[in-house]
Write a protein that binds this ligand. Structure first.
Ligand code: SF4
Length: 107
């Protein structure tokens, strides 16, 4: 009994989340194209489309928190683009930036 009193409990309480309510899951259930290719793409239009799906998701906060805690290596999670476990503020297209700033694309 004394041994238990000396221990520090570090684990977080488990919270049950119904991931079937996620917007990315709902689009699959509705019969549209599985969004996996959007969420794990290097293409800016696909990344933007994935972020747009996340913007409608009621689970964006726990999704982002979980992705940060797991240090997701890549993909769009919780409305943010991850690379090497960190959120990328800006994703630039491949290659040399255009000379005309109005043609620059970011996600
Ligand atoms: S926030 Fe997470 S669960 Fe919701 S649509 Fe985006 S990736 Fe899916």
């Amino acid at each position: 009994m004394f041994a238990l009193q000396d221990r520090t409990i570090t684990s977080q309480p488990t919270i049950s989340i119904d991931w079937s309510q996620a917007s990315c899951a709902a689009s699959v259930a509705a019969g549209s194209t599985p969004p996996t290719e959007l969420f794990f793409s290097d293409e800016l239009p696909a990344i933007r489309a994935a972020k747009a799906i996340c913007a409608t998701c009621p689970l964006v906060d726990p999704c982002l928190t979980g992705a940060v805690e797991r240090r997701e290596p890549w993909g769009v999670w919780g409305g943010q683009l991850f690379k090497d476990g960190k959120v990328l503020a800006v994703k630039r297209p491949r290659g040399r930036p255009p000379k005309d700033p109005s043609r620059r694309m970011t996600a």
